[in-house]
Ligand binder design. Structure first.
Ligand SMILES: C[S@@+](CC[C@H](N)C(=O)[O-])C[C@H]1O[C@@H](n2cnc3c(N)ncnc32)[C@H](O)[C@@H]1O
Length: 246
């Protein structure tokens, strides 16, 4: 739904405090009230639930959802794991206002923060799990690289990223909707394993496409990648020093 709007309108909005732009959840503000009901109808809720299954969340984890939009994924995480410390981030104040209202109604405590995914306002190594659902295709190629670098920075050693978005392994996807999605210049990066290359380039380890399937709203793929463990990080620094001394 959102991708259709994006491809068709290439609609961008400016974040209040800065001149930066972003593509909002449903492409246009006036679609936003329909985003949750239509997502549900198209099965996005079920798709998000499957993303959680691959993440092996534990009770002491700190969790970040980037591009949280109206908060559906982070609310689901908090409902399933009430004691977790969770944060939802998005540049869109209208989507965040909806997310906050939903959390209040459900009486769950979630911190929502207005920011961009490529300038994460958190210290190094501060989260165990980072999630991203149906957000990556909203980013321009340079923002994708920066975002993955930021995710790697804020993940604790051995922590992991879990991503779900339109796309899949096929660089020439079949079917009308798949080809339509592929047509969007921001979506092209989502096909043919390019996301895995971006992840490796950002220093994330063992990037994997965990699953992919075709749904009512087109092909979707699930990814995971990890931040290097402390030992791997130390080994890499040691190798860099040796390399410089040669
Ligand atoms: C299609 S919505 C997905 C929302 C939610 N994750 C979900 O599963 O429904 C994409 C979200 O990405 C956000 N977004 C766009 N550009 C962004 C950026 N540079 N950094 C973080 N979020 C961004 C949009 O504001 C929007 O809320």
């Amino acid at each position: 739904m959102n991708s259709v709007s994006i491809v068709a309108h290439r609609r961008v909005k400016t974040m209040a405090k800065s001149p930066r732009t972003y593509i909002p959840a449903a492409g246009h503000d006036w679609w936003l009230p329909l985003y949750d009901p239509i997502s549900k109808l198209l099965g996005l809720d079920a798709a998000r639930r499957a993303l959680l299954e691959q993440a092996a969340i534990r009770p002491n984890h700190r969790v970040l959802d980037i591009g949280c939009g109206t908060g559906s994924l982070i609310m689901l995480i908090k409902r399933l794991h009430p004691d977790l410390d969770v944060v939802g981030l998005d540049p869109d104040p209208k989507a965040l206002a909806r997310a906050r209202r939903k959390a209040e109604r459900a009486a769950v405590s979630i911190k929502f923060q207005q920011a961009f995914s490529d300038e994460l306002p958190y210290p190094d190594a501060s989260f165990d799990r980072v999630f991203s659902s149906f957000m990556f295709h909203h980013l321009a190629p340079d923002e994708k690289e920066q975002t993955l670098g930021e995710i790697r920075r804020v993940l604790k050693p051995g922590g992991s990223l879990h991503m779900l978005d339109f796309g899949g392994p096929d660089s020439n996807p079949h079917g009308f909707f798949a080809r339509f999605l592929h047509f969007g210049h921001r979506l092209k990066d989502n096909f043919g394993g390019r996301i895995l290359t971006f992840m490796s380039q950002a220093g994330l380890e063992n990037p994997k496409e965990v699953n992919h399937r075709t749904t009512l709203f087109g092909p979707i793929a699930y990814y995971r990648a990890s931040a290097p463990t402390a030992k791997a990080g130390e080994k890499r620094s040691y190798e860099k020093v040796c390399h410089r001394l040669q």
